[in-house]
Design a protein around this ligand. Structure first.
Ligand SMILES: [Zn+2]
Length: 563
């Protein structure tokens, strides 16, 4: 208004009457179009909020305008209310808005299917598992009895169970129970018979445990697949239900993009069909698993990129997990003399996979837990990447890294993709496996972040809980939900709150090559955001885990609303 007034004054003083009238009416028109009848149209205006835009300067805003699923403007409540006429207006009542959370490493499909299986997470003894399974067998009355989530480290007797009780309880039904990390399982005799597993069988990258020459039922790493491959695949209605249940739970905790690490091309086709018909709204970044059929598919179809689906990477496994001593270490386990763990494939395999992925310009993402697994992968990557680059090849977990190897991440721009809750879950026993010296290079998220000055964060759910607030808490405070340890675990590797938020948003997007379209609330990006009941950047540590998502938006559409 001030500018127009000035114009008026100057015009009246110098122009003849007739011209003044014409100019005046033109000005009146423009005043009107600016202030009243012709405000700019939009779909959604959210105002009266504290918005963390997570842009490069981590700036704050009060209001945001959305149209066609994208952000049209970000700014002050008063200004945007004056400028825009939105179909829907939301008074955020001083609540806190962050970009939708991105989980850079999870297993979305498998989590959904797991919701239909016996949940053994948090069970405190083998007896408790048998009880859970007995009641589950009354709900699911035929076919395989499948469960997931046990962890012998949570039990009083921290040893692998044996299948005897399973055999007597379920002599005629195959039973298959995977450990929390998915890298070990116990099967009963019926399941082992169906898979043709016998005592004394040997295989690469896996172990079939025996006691006094008899099968105990425990299978490690590649041996797990011998039995899991025999489980009939879910029906299409079961699969659809699984995806829907997973999506609803993920929206409720504010996730708007999930990296699903290691699917088959058939899974991709299933996801694509659901997304195309609007039955799946979650945005997914899918890594194809390291199987010939997936390579054939990928290189004939090419990369897939829609608003909701990105398929441009492969997930490869270097070694197993630390809990089941399958992680490959440079020196023997501190709690198992002479045992180094193992790689899941011969070194030549990783080299040939790296070459083909490099040549086709796809992204390589490799699970590496042990310091030997990490070194082998870093060296393999380095042979192809050669110097600084923008391929963003990732090491998933980068869990135990030798001090001499950290710099390789920066030198070759290799991206460590880490899951902070692993640190606070494993801290009770990881030191036993690794000993005092090696543990300093484990769960070293700050040291890893410093190599490239950015790091994507995730959960690895269903290995851990789906909640991004648990990730944030574990990254920043480095305590578990019980508040242990009182001063935090290896605090030199804590991230700042801003770094943790970036890790769950813009840096996770960057690890997917999607930082131009999501991960921050800036003009032109997808309107993927959450409204929270408290301010993650400011609340006391002990309140972080109580944070609630009030609503979640994907592309400007409200996909979760807390009633
Ligand atoms: Zn994983």
């Amino acid at each position: 208004m001030r500018i127009i007034h000035i114009f008026n004054v100057s015009i009246y003083t110098v122009l003849p009457m007739r011209l003044t009238l014409i100019v005046c009416s033109l000005l009146l028109l423009s005043v009107c179009s600016f202030t009243c009848s012709q405000k700019k149209q939009a779909d959604l205006l959210i105002y009266n909020a504290t918005i963390y835009t997570v842009d490069s300067s981590f700036s704050l805003a009060e209001a945001m305008v959305v149209s066609d699923g994208k952000i049209l403007a970000v700014g002050k409540s008063e200004e945007l209310q004056q400028q825009y006429n939105a179909k829907e207006k939301v008074d955020a009542q001083q609540k806190f808005i962050y970009p939708g959370f991105i989980d850079a490493h999870a297993h979305f499909l498998s989590y959904g299917l797991g919701l239909q299986r016996a949940n053994l997470v948090g069970t405190n003894s083998w007896e408790e598992i048998l009880n859970t399974l007995t009641s589950f067998s009354k709900e699911v009355t035929e076919g395989w009895l499948i469960g997931r989530g046990w962890d012998q480290n949570d039990w009083t007797i921290k040893e692998f169970p044996t299948k005897d009780a399973l055999d007597s309880l379920f002599p005629d039904r195959p039973v298959f129970l995977t450990r929390v990390d998915g890298h070990a399982a116990i099967a009963n005799q019926k399941a082992l018979d169906l898979a043709g597993v016998k005592a004394g069988d040997k295989l690469t990258g896996g172990d079939i445990l025996t006691k006094n020459g008899k099968l105990t039922g425990v299978l490690i790493d590649n041996a797990v697949d011998l039995v899991s491959d025999k489980i009939p695949s879910p029906s299409s209605s079961q699969a659809i239900e699984a995806v829907h249940d997973a999506e609803a739970n993920c929206f409720e905790v504010g996730l708007t993009t999930i990296d699903d690490c290691g699917l088959s091309f058939r899974d991709v086709q299933f996801i694509e069909s659901l997304q195309k018909t609007g039955k799946l709204k979650m945005r997914l970044f899918v890594m194809l698993s390291d199987q010939q059929a997936n390579f054939d598919y990928a290189f004939s179809v090419g990369k897939i990129k829609t608003d909701r689906l990105n398929v441009s990477s492969f997930k490869v496994y270097a070694d197993g997990a630390l809990g089941s001593r399958g992680a490959c270490l440079l020196k023997p386990y501190a709690d198992k003399p002479g045992w180094f763990g193992f790689l899941l494939s011969p070194k030549e395999h990783f080299d040939s996979v790296a070459r083909i992925i490099y040549e086709h310009q796809w992204q390589m993402c490799t699970h590496a837990i042990g310091d030997s697994g990490n070194r082998m992968i870093l060296e393999t990557y380095a042979r192809y990447l050669q110097s600084s680059n923008d391929r963003r090849w990732r090491v998933e977990h980068a869990q135990v890294v030798n001090q001499n190897d950290f710099a390789l991440f920066g030198k070759y721009n290799i991206i460590p993709s880490v899951q902070p809750t692993h640190g606070t879950s494993d801290m009770y026993w990881a030191g036993d496996r690794l000993g005092k010296e090696r543990i300093r290079g484990a769960y070293a998220y700050k040291q890893l972040m410093d190599q490239n000055n950015w790091i994507p964060l995730g959960t690895d759910f269903p290995v851990e809980d789906i909640s991004p607030f648990k990730t944030f808490f574990a990254a920043v405070v480095r305590k578990d939900e019980k508040g242990f340890p009182p001063n935090g675990y290896q605090m030199e590797n804590a991230l700042s709150r801003e770094q943790a938020i970036r890790g769950m948003t813009i840096w996770a997007a960057k690890s997917n090559f999607e930082e131009k379209e999501k991960g921050s609330l800036e003009i032109g990006k997808f309107a993927d955001f959450v409204i929270l009941d408290q301010d993650l950047m400011k609340i006391a540590d002990e309140k972080i885990l109580k944070t609630k998502v009030l609503s979640t938006f994907v592309g400007g559409e409200k996909v979760f609303d807390r009633k």
